[in-house]
Design a protein around this ligand. Sequence first.
Ligand code: RBF
Ligand code: MG
Length: 172
Amino acid sequence: MTVSTDVTYPIKIESSIIAGFGRGSSELGIPTANVPINPQLNDLSTGIYYGWCKLIPLKTQCDEIKKRVDGKEVLFNHGNNLTTDETKIFPMVMSIGWNPYYHNKDKTAEVHIIHKFNKNFYGSNIEFVVLGYIRPELNFNSVDELIETINGDIKFAVDKLENDDKKGSEYF
Ligand code: RBF
Ligand code: MG
């Protein structure tokens, strides 16, 4: 088994964004961009990580409606509505695994971009660089405990990353 301590950071990944459960936004107030599990991500231990990320809208304008896992139809705008400001480098936290609190059947990888976006950007591409491991995935007694813990992860990541004078620019 690969453990995260064997891993050499930074790990740079470019990926598409797929539709998740919609739960991050609606239930937790912590939206996540779900990315397909590729071999690089699959090699990492499940758990919570931090790093930098950047959205890359697709060049072609081709809106399409797709069904999310929860059945809701969402517009895939491929990031074409993102403003210049919204395609800057932002800090991120990400979770890889089975979300023990929700007993997911499939392994997921989800990036929470630490920035307030006003609209969805389903189908955009995302580049992200993983810089370190924070903790394993945990189960909780309530959704509030899960939210509180994720907010702690966000604080941890921001504290780590604010000492980076280049604000991640050397990776992109
Ligand atoms: N889900 C869990 O079940 N346990 C966790 O410890 C956990 N930690 C997370 C930490 C971060 C930084 C993020 C972005 C997500 C985490 N999640 C965790 C996943 C969360 O349940 C998921 O994003 C939402 O349910 C939406 O799919
Ligand atoms: Mg999500």
